[in-house]
Design a protein around this ligand. Sequence first.
Ligand SMILES: C[S@@+](CC[C@H](N)C(=O)[O-])C[C@H]1O[C@@H](n2cnc3c(N)ncnc32)[C@H](O)[C@@H]1O
Length: 320
Amino acid sequence: MELVDRTPQEMAGEFLANGAPSLWPDLPHLDGMSPDRITALPSLPYGDPAFSGRLLREQTDTTTTDSSRPPDLVERQLAWLRAALPTWRAGQVHHPLCGPGNYATALHDHGMTSYVGIDAGPAVVDHARRRFAGQDDVRFLLGDALDPALSPPDNAYDTLLLTYDAANFFAPHTLRPFLRALVERLRGGGTVVLDLRLAEDGIRGFDEGRQVHRRRHGSVFRDGPHLLLSEGFVAAGGALLGHRIIAVGEGTEPREPEVFHSVLHVPTAEQLAGHLRSAGLEVSVIGRPFADSSDPNLARHLVAAHRPTPTPHSPPWRQS
Ligand SMILES: C[S@@+](CC[C@H](N)C(=O)[O-])C[C@H]1O[C@@H](n2cnc3c(N)ncnc32)[C@H](O)[C@@H]1O
C-alpha cells in the first residue's frame, strides 16, 4: 500500500473519523463487502517466518489469550472435557493448527500415548520441536493442515483436536471435506474435540468499530514501534466475523503500511452438528468451559463428537 503524506498520528485521526478508504481509496469499505469477497480475503501469513516468529512471541506470552490457549487454560479445558466425558482417554492424538505445544504437554494427564501436531508456522514448529526434543512419541509437522501430503494413514488416531477456532478458520465448503478426510482416519469409537466460536457465543470482540492501538515494542503484525488501525466487522448475519488491521510504522524509518485480514466462519450449533453428521460423527458433549469468563477470547464452545464403532450387524454401507 502507498505511503500517505501524513504523520502516523494524522493517519490515525483520519482513520477514526472517516475509515481506511479515505486514506487508501483502493481499500473497500468493509460494510459493503459481500460474503464471497470476505471469504476470498487472504488469511494471515502464518507460513511467513517473520510473522511466525512474532506470533510465537505472543503465543508464549502467558499474560495474553490473543493467539494461544495458555497452559492453565488448556488444563482447565481438558479437565472440563474429562468431567463431561469421563470415558474419554486421549490415546493417539492428531492436532492440526496445533500452536506451540501446550496441548501436547497437558494431554499427558489424559491418557495420551502419542501426538502429531501440524502447524504452518516455521517458528512455532521449531519451538514446539525443541520443547519436546527426545520424545519420539510427540511430533510436529510443518505445513498447511489442508495439504493432503500431511494426512495421516487410515485408523491413525483416537482423538482429533481442532482447538482455538481452528474449525472457524475454514469456510464451510473447505471445512466439510477437511473434516470428512480427517474422520476417515479416526478409529471407530474415536473422539473429535472442537474448541470453537459458535453463533451462540455472540459477536463480542468484533463489534467495536474502528480502533487505534499503539505498539511501541512490536506486535504480531510488525517489529518496532507502530500503530495498528483496526476495524472489526460482522457480515452475513454473524456467520462471518473479522478484523481488517493496517500496521503503520512509527519509527524513524517508517515502512509502507501493510494490511492484514483475520476472518472467522461462525456456524450455529445446529449447522455445526450438520457438518459433524456429514463427516460421520455424532455429538457427545457441547458446552462452554469458560462460561464464567469476561475475556472475549474465551467466549467459545467445546464440542466433543465420536465416530460410532461399526457393529457386526450393520451392513457395510451403513458403517461410517
Ligand atoms: C490461534 S493459533 C492457536 C494455536 C493453538 N491451538 C493454541 O491454542 O495454542 C492458530 C495456529 O494455527 C496455525 N495455522 C493457521 N492456519 C493454518 C493452516 N492452514 N495449517 C496449519 N497451521 C495453521 C498458526 O500458525 C497458529 O499457530
